[in-house]
Design a protein around this ligand. Structure first.
Ligand SMILES: N[C@@H](CCC(=O)N[C@@H](CS)C(=O)NCC(=O)O)C(=O)O
Length: 237
């Protein structure tokens, strides 16, 4: 079986990377250097015309969109228990959460971090960021309630936890005060300690350090683009 994952350090491709680590299968990690524009080359657009990661190659199949990528891995590697296997309602809720992360929280997090994604007008930036912050706070309040009294989103760890951890990283690493959400903050710390996640974060840090050393990063790139948040950042303080 040929498996390859196109990945950018610090991107949402972190989620299927963790899934592959959990499955413990050999795969080819293919870094895309977006600061050199590799996501927009003809070669990459032939793989994913949207110019985004993740793109997962499963033999002859190319799978895109995080929730679908992780479902394809869950089907291929059932023993990895990537998705909650218990009740029908748990399975459906897992898909529902991931669809919301992909279509709701992640794009909002993108505008919070880079308001130019919402408008090229510099004068609109503060308003876009403020609206995104409020929308994210509402979303985080839902996740905080969902995590109340629980270690993970479902009975056992699942890839939904890894996805929620990515959203936390992106949002708190972009300046949302995480101290309002202590349950979600604790969940992020538990995720970070999971060996599969830790290996992926190490790999992100190595790749990103290479970009820094090459001097190819834009001067206005906000902090916490990849890897671990500093301890203070985790609490959002
Ligand atoms: N809806 C897509 C979103 C994919 C996406 O936005 N990926 C970002 C990284 S998180 C990307 O590839 N960005 C490349 C760029 O345009 O810089 C999914 O769920 O896979």
């Amino acid at each position: 079986m040929a498996i390859a994952l196109y990945w950018i350090p610090g991107s949402c491709a972190r989620v299927p990377f963790v899934a592959l680590e959990e499955a413990g299968v050999p795969f080819d990690l293919r870094p895309i250097n977006r600061y050199r524009g590799e996501h927009e080359t003809e070669a990459y657009l032939a793989i994913n015309p949207k110019g985004k990661v993740p793109a997962l190659v499963l033999d002859d199949l190319v799978v895109t969109e995080v929730p679908v990528v992780v479902q394809s891995l869950a089907r291929r590697f059932p023993a990895a228990n990537l998705l909650p296997g218990g009740s029908e309602s748990d399975g459906i809720e897992a898909l529902s959460l991931m669809a919301w992360f992909a279509s709701g929280l992640h794009p909002t997090a993108g505008r919070f971090r880079f308001p130019r994604l919402g408008s090229a007008e510099a004068s609109a930036a503060a308003g876009i960021r403020a609206q995104a912050r409020e929308d994210l706070r509402k979303g985080f309040a839902i996740l905080e309630r969902r995590l109340e009294g629980r270690e993970w989103f479902f009975d056992d760890w699942s890839i939904v936890d890894a996805y929620a951890f990515y959203i936390w990283f992106r949002v708190v690493g972009s300046g949302l005060d995480g101290s309002e959400f202590p349950g979600y903050a604790a969940h992020a710390r538990r995720c970070e300690a999971r060996p599969s996640v830790s290996r992926v974060l190490d790999r992100e840090e190595v790749e990103f350090a290479r970009y820094e050393a090459e001097g190819i990063l834009p001067a206005d790139l906000p902090p916490h683009q990849a890897g671990r948040l500093p301890a203070r950042g985790k609490e959002g303080s």
